[in-house]
Write a protein that binds this ligand. Structure first.
Ligand code: TMP
Length: 313
Protein backbone atom coordinates (compact mmCIF):
# COMPACT_ATOMS: atom_id res chain seq x y z
CA UNK A 1 0.00 0.00 0.00
CA UNK A 2 0.92 3.63 -0.06
CA UNK A 3 -0.15 4.65 3.43
CA UNK A 4 1.99 7.53 4.51
CA UNK A 5 3.35 5.91 7.63
CA UNK A 6 7.03 5.14 7.40
CA UNK A 7 7.07 3.58 10.85
CA UNK A 8 4.84 0.76 9.68
CA UNK A 9 7.47 -0.33 7.21
CA UNK A 10 10.41 -2.39 8.13
CA UNK A 11 13.00 0.33 8.53
CA UNK A 12 15.07 0.14 5.41
CA UNK A 13 12.33 -0.88 3.02
CA UNK A 14 10.99 1.02 0.08
CA UNK A 15 12.14 4.59 -0.42
CA UNK A 16 15.67 3.92 0.74
CA UNK A 17 16.20 1.12 -1.67
CA UNK A 18 17.17 2.35 -5.05
CA UNK A 19 19.66 1.55 -7.75
CA UNK A 20 22.18 3.46 -5.65
CA UNK A 21 21.77 1.48 -2.46
CA UNK A 22 23.35 -1.84 -1.59
CA UNK A 23 22.58 -3.65 1.61
CA UNK A 24 23.56 -7.18 2.52
CA UNK A 25 21.94 -7.69 5.91
CA UNK A 26 18.67 -5.81 6.26
CA UNK A 27 17.74 -7.87 9.32
CA UNK A 28 20.92 -6.89 11.14
CA UNK A 29 20.20 -3.23 10.46
CA UNK A 30 16.65 -3.59 11.71
CA UNK A 31 17.98 -5.07 14.95
CA UNK A 32 20.51 -2.29 15.34
CA UNK A 33 17.83 0.33 14.73
CA UNK A 34 15.74 -1.14 17.54
CA UNK A 35 18.69 -1.12 19.95
CA UNK A 36 19.70 2.44 19.13
CA UNK A 37 16.13 3.71 19.28
CA UNK A 38 15.53 2.15 22.67
CA UNK A 39 18.68 3.73 24.11
CA UNK A 40 17.52 7.16 22.89
CA UNK A 41 19.16 10.21 21.31
CA UNK A 42 21.28 11.02 24.38
CA UNK A 43 23.31 7.85 23.73
CA UNK A 44 23.81 8.53 20.04
CA UNK A 45 26.26 10.42 17.85
CA UNK A 46 27.15 10.66 14.19
CA UNK A 47 30.77 10.35 13.05
CA UNK A 48 31.43 11.31 9.45
CA UNK A 49 34.37 11.64 7.15
CA UNK A 50 34.41 14.89 5.19
CA UNK A 51 35.88 14.61 1.67
CA UNK A 52 33.74 12.55 -0.72
CA UNK A 53 31.50 11.51 2.18
CA UNK A 54 29.71 14.70 3.18
CA UNK A 55 30.91 16.32 -0.03
CA UNK A 56 30.28 15.02 -3.51
CA UNK A 57 32.88 12.94 -5.30
CA UNK A 58 32.03 14.54 -8.62
CA UNK A 59 30.97 18.13 -9.16
CA UNK A 60 29.73 19.06 -12.63
CA UNK A 61 31.23 15.88 -14.03
CA UNK A 62 34.69 16.50 -12.63
CA UNK A 63 36.34 15.19 -9.48
CA UNK A 64 35.27 17.54 -6.67
CA UNK A 65 38.00 19.21 -4.62
CA UNK A 66 39.14 18.26 -1.12
CA UNK A 67 39.94 20.65 1.72
CA UNK A 68 43.62 20.34 0.74
CA UNK A 69 43.01 20.41 -2.96
CA UNK A 70 41.02 23.62 -3.06
CA UNK A 71 43.55 25.68 -1.14
CA UNK A 72 45.31 28.41 -3.11
CA UNK A 73 47.84 30.26 -1.03
CA UNK A 74 47.85 33.22 -3.36
CA UNK A 75 51.47 32.36 -3.96
CA UNK A 76 52.03 30.32 -7.13
CA UNK A 77 55.43 29.04 -6.02
CA UNK A 78 54.06 27.40 -2.88
CA UNK A 79 50.94 26.12 -4.60
CA UNK A 80 53.17 24.40 -7.17
CA UNK A 81 55.36 22.93 -4.44
CA UNK A 82 52.35 21.43 -2.69
CA UNK A 83 51.09 20.08 -6.01
CA UNK A 84 54.48 18.44 -6.61
CA UNK A 85 54.18 16.75 -3.21
CA UNK A 86 50.72 15.54 -4.17
CA UNK A 87 52.04 14.12 -7.44
CA UNK A 88 54.76 12.28 -5.57
CA UNK A 89 52.88 11.05 -2.51
CA UNK A 90 49.34 10.43 -3.73
CA UNK A 91 50.37 7.38 -5.81
CA UNK A 92 52.10 6.06 -2.68
CA UNK A 93 48.97 6.73 -0.61
CA UNK A 94 46.87 4.52 -2.87
CA UNK A 95 49.52 1.91 -3.62
CA UNK A 96 48.33 -1.56 -2.64
CA UNK A 97 51.88 -2.92 -2.24
CA UNK A 98 53.51 -0.61 0.33
CA UNK A 99 53.34 -2.12 3.82
CA UNK A 100 51.27 -0.08 6.25
CA UNK A 101 54.11 0.92 8.60
CA UNK A 102 56.17 2.17 5.69
CA UNK A 103 53.17 3.95 4.24
CA UNK A 104 52.45 5.58 7.60
CA UNK A 105 55.95 7.12 7.60
CA UNK A 106 55.44 8.38 4.05
CA UNK A 107 52.10 9.94 4.93
CA UNK A 108 53.62 11.65 7.98
CA UNK A 109 56.31 13.01 5.68
CA UNK A 110 53.75 14.27 3.17
CA UNK A 111 51.51 15.95 5.73
CA UNK A 112 54.45 17.56 7.60
CA UNK A 113 55.94 18.94 4.39
CA UNK A 114 52.58 20.29 3.24
CA UNK A 115 51.95 21.93 6.59
CA UNK A 116 55.42 23.49 6.53
CA UNK A 117 54.81 24.89 3.06
CA UNK A 118 51.52 26.41 4.17
CA UNK A 119 53.29 28.15 7.05
CA UNK A 120 56.35 29.17 5.04
CA UNK A 121 54.18 30.49 2.22
CA UNK A 122 52.35 32.74 4.65
CA UNK A 123 48.84 31.35 4.28
CA UNK A 124 46.24 33.82 5.53
CA UNK A 125 42.69 33.29 6.67
CA UNK A 126 41.63 35.61 3.86
CA UNK A 127 43.23 33.22 1.33
CA UNK A 128 41.21 30.35 2.81
CA UNK A 129 37.98 32.32 2.39
CA UNK A 130 38.81 33.17 -1.19
CA UNK A 131 39.93 29.61 -2.02
CA UNK A 132 36.65 28.23 -0.70
CA UNK A 133 34.65 30.81 -2.64
CA UNK A 134 36.51 29.85 -5.84
CA UNK A 135 36.45 26.09 -5.23
CA UNK A 136 34.54 23.30 -6.87
CA UNK A 137 33.35 21.62 -3.72
CA UNK A 138 29.74 20.76 -3.00
CA UNK A 139 27.89 18.95 -0.27
CA UNK A 140 25.77 15.96 -1.10
CA UNK A 141 22.14 16.81 -1.33
CA UNK A 142 20.45 16.53 2.06
CA UNK A 143 23.45 17.32 4.27
CA UNK A 144 21.81 20.51 5.60
CA UNK A 145 18.58 18.66 6.34
CA UNK A 146 20.49 15.86 8.06
CA UNK A 147 22.43 18.32 10.24
CA UNK A 148 19.24 20.25 11.04
CA UNK A 149 17.41 17.13 12.14
CA UNK A 150 20.33 16.12 14.35
CA UNK A 151 20.61 19.63 15.79
CA UNK A 152 16.95 19.57 16.76
CA UNK A 153 17.50 16.28 18.56
CA UNK A 154 20.71 17.63 20.18
CA UNK A 155 22.72 14.85 18.58
CA UNK A 156 26.38 15.73 17.95
CA UNK A 157 28.03 15.25 14.59
CA UNK A 158 31.77 14.70 14.55
CA UNK A 159 33.39 15.46 11.22
CA UNK A 160 36.63 13.59 11.15
CA UNK A 161 39.17 14.39 8.44
CA UNK A 162 42.84 14.19 7.58
CA UNK A 163 42.31 17.48 5.75
CA UNK A 164 42.31 20.97 7.23
CA UNK A 165 39.85 21.93 9.97
CA UNK A 166 39.85 25.64 9.17
CA UNK A 167 39.14 25.01 5.51
CA UNK A 168 36.34 22.58 6.35
CA UNK A 169 34.78 25.17 8.67
CA UNK A 170 34.88 27.75 5.93
CA UNK A 171 33.33 25.30 3.46
CA UNK A 172 30.50 24.66 5.93
CA UNK A 173 30.00 28.38 6.45
CA UNK A 174 29.96 29.27 2.78
CA UNK A 175 28.10 26.25 1.39
CA UNK A 176 25.57 25.54 4.13
CA UNK A 177 25.12 29.26 4.85
CA UNK A 178 25.02 28.70 8.57
CA UNK A 179 26.85 27.00 11.39
CA UNK A 180 25.58 24.17 13.53
CA UNK A 181 26.39 24.13 17.22
CA UNK A 182 26.15 20.33 17.27
CA UNK A 183 28.79 19.91 14.55
CA UNK A 184 32.40 19.47 15.63
CA UNK A 185 35.45 19.06 13.45
CA UNK A 186 38.37 16.83 14.28
CA UNK A 187 41.06 17.64 11.77
CA UNK A 188 44.33 19.51 11.42
CA UNK A 189 43.71 22.86 13.04
CA UNK A 190 45.64 26.00 12.22
CA UNK A 191 46.89 28.69 14.57
CA UNK A 192 46.87 32.21 13.14
CA UNK A 193 48.64 35.29 14.52
CA UNK A 194 46.94 38.66 15.00
CA UNK A 195 47.66 39.57 11.38
CA UNK A 196 45.68 36.52 10.25
CA UNK A 197 48.79 34.61 9.15
CA UNK A 198 49.23 30.91 9.75
CA UNK A 199 51.98 30.33 12.30
CA UNK A 200 51.57 26.70 13.34
CA UNK A 201 49.30 23.69 13.55
CA UNK A 202 47.72 22.66 16.78
CA UNK A 203 48.30 19.25 18.30
CA UNK A 204 49.11 15.98 16.64
CA UNK A 205 49.10 15.68 12.89
CA UNK A 206 46.17 13.72 11.49
CA UNK A 207 46.90 11.92 8.24
CA UNK A 208 45.01 9.23 6.35
CA UNK A 209 46.50 6.36 8.30
CA UNK A 210 46.23 7.61 11.87
CA UNK A 211 42.73 9.04 11.72
CA UNK A 212 41.52 6.40 14.12
CA UNK A 213 43.93 7.28 16.93
CA UNK A 214 42.92 9.88 19.53
CA UNK A 215 39.72 10.45 17.63
CA UNK A 216 37.57 11.88 20.34
CA UNK A 217 40.35 13.52 22.34
CA UNK A 218 40.85 16.08 19.66
CA UNK A 219 37.32 17.33 19.17
CA UNK A 220 37.17 21.11 19.38
CA UNK A 221 34.08 23.28 19.05
CA UNK A 222 33.34 24.70 15.64
CA UNK A 223 33.58 28.28 16.88
CA UNK A 224 36.89 27.77 18.62
CA UNK A 225 39.20 28.78 15.80
CA UNK A 226 42.26 29.16 18.03
CA UNK A 227 41.65 25.74 19.44
CA UNK A 228 42.39 26.65 23.02
CA UNK A 229 41.59 23.68 25.19
CA UNK A 230 39.17 24.56 27.95
CA UNK A 231 37.74 22.59 30.84
CA UNK A 232 34.41 22.84 29.09
CA UNK A 233 35.86 21.10 26.08
CA UNK A 234 37.21 18.22 28.15
CA UNK A 235 33.76 17.80 29.59
CA UNK A 236 32.29 17.82 26.11
CA UNK A 237 34.71 15.15 24.99
CA UNK A 238 33.83 13.03 27.99
CA UNK A 239 30.16 13.41 27.06
CA UNK A 240 30.92 12.29 23.52
CA UNK A 241 32.45 9.11 24.87
CA UNK A 242 29.21 8.33 26.69
CA UNK A 243 27.38 8.37 23.39
CA UNK A 244 28.12 4.77 22.60
CA UNK A 245 25.66 4.29 19.74
CA UNK A 246 26.97 5.52 16.43
CA UNK A 247 26.08 6.20 12.87
CA UNK A 248 29.40 6.17 11.01
CA UNK A 249 29.76 7.44 7.45
CA UNK A 250 32.85 7.19 5.28
CA UNK A 251 34.08 6.60 1.78
CA UNK A 252 37.05 4.36 2.60
CA UNK A 253 37.24 1.07 4.45
CA UNK A 254 39.77 2.76 6.75
CA UNK A 255 37.08 5.22 7.81
CA UNK A 256 35.51 2.45 9.87
CA UNK A 257 38.38 3.09 12.29
CA UNK A 258 36.93 6.53 13.07
CA UNK A 259 34.91 4.99 15.90
CA UNK A 260 37.96 3.29 17.43
CA UNK A 261 38.28 6.02 20.08
CA UNK A 262 34.88 4.99 21.28
CA UNK A 263 33.95 1.76 22.97
CA UNK A 264 30.79 1.64 20.93
CA UNK A 265 27.81 -0.56 21.72
CA UNK A 266 25.85 -0.41 18.49
CA UNK A 267 27.15 0.99 15.24
CA UNK A 268 25.43 1.41 11.91
CA UNK A 269 27.90 2.13 9.14
CA UNK A 270 27.29 3.74 5.78
CA UNK A 271 29.90 3.50 3.06
CA UNK A 272 29.90 5.80 0.05
CA UNK A 273 31.56 3.95 -2.78
CA UNK A 274 32.65 6.52 -5.32
CA UNK A 275 35.19 4.89 -7.58
CA UNK A 276 36.29 1.46 -8.79
CA UNK A 277 32.79 0.27 -8.05
CA UNK A 278 33.08 -3.19 -9.59
CA UNK A 279 36.36 -3.96 -7.88
CA UNK A 280 35.40 -2.63 -4.46
CA UNK A 281 31.72 -3.41 -4.07
CA UNK A 282 32.27 -6.80 -2.53
CA UNK A 283 34.59 -5.53 0.20
CA UNK A 284 32.40 -2.48 0.88
CA UNK A 285 29.21 -4.47 1.31
CA UNK A 286 31.00 -6.82 3.65
CA UNK A 287 32.43 -3.99 5.74
CA UNK A 288 29.54 -1.48 5.82
CA UNK A 289 25.90 -2.05 6.75
CA UNK A 290 24.79 0.12 3.86
CA UNK A 291 26.62 1.13 0.73
CA UNK A 292 25.62 4.07 -1.44
CA UNK A 293 26.88 4.45 -4.98
CA UNK A 294 27.13 7.21 -7.55
CA UNK A 295 27.20 10.27 -5.32
CA UNK A 296 23.92 9.28 -3.72
CA UNK A 297 22.34 12.04 -1.64
CA UNK A 298 21.97 11.97 2.16
CA UNK A 299 18.25 11.21 2.10
CA UNK A 300 18.91 7.60 3.10
CA UNK A 301 20.91 8.71 6.14
CA UNK A 302 18.23 11.28 7.03
CA UNK A 303 15.53 8.65 6.77
CA UNK A 304 17.56 6.34 8.96
CA UNK A 305 18.02 8.87 11.79
CA UNK A 306 14.38 9.91 11.44
CA UNK A 307 13.41 6.31 11.99
CA UNK A 308 15.70 6.14 14.99
CA UNK A 309 14.37 9.25 16.68
CA UNK A 310 11.11 10.26 15.12
CA UNK A 311 8.88 12.07 17.60
CA UNK A 312 6.26 9.33 17.39
CA UNK A 313 8.73 6.60 18.35
P1 TMP B 1 40.39 12.54 4.13
O1 TMP B 1 39.72 13.87 3.88
O2 TMP B 1 39.67 11.40 3.48
O3 TMP B 1 40.59 12.31 5.59
O4 TMP B 1 41.85 12.56 3.44
C1 TMP B 1 42.55 13.68 3.07
C2 TMP B 1 43.03 13.60 1.65
O5 TMP B 1 43.82 14.77 1.38
C3 TMP B 1 43.95 12.43 1.32
O6 TMP B 1 43.33 11.55 0.41
C4 TMP B 1 45.17 13.03 0.66
C5 TMP B 1 44.78 14.46 0.41
N1 TMP B 1 45.89 15.43 0.48
C6 TMP B 1 46.01 16.37 -0.55
O7 TMP B 1 45.23 16.37 -1.49
N2 TMP B 1 47.00 17.30 -0.46
C7 TMP B 1 47.89 17.34 0.58
O8 TMP B 1 48.77 18.20 0.61
C8 TMP B 1 47.76 16.37 1.63
C9 TMP B 1 48.71 16.37 2.78
C10 TMP B 1 46.72 15.44 1.53
Amino acid sequence: GHENNSLAKSPMEESNLSANTVMDHPRAITDKIALIRDAGPSKFQVIADFDATLTRYRVNGLRGQTSHGLLQQGNAYYDAKRQALYDHYHPLEISPVIPVDEKTKLMEEWWSKTHELLIEGGLTYEAIKKSVADSSIAFREGVTELFEFLEKKEIPVLIFSAGLADVIEEVLRQNLHRTFKNVKIVSNRMVFNDDGQLVSFKGKLIHVLNKNEHALDMAAPLHDRLGVATGEEDEENANMKKRTNVLLMGDHLGDLGMSDGLNYETRISIGFLNDNIEKSLESYREAFDLVYLNDAPMWGALELVSQLFSTEA
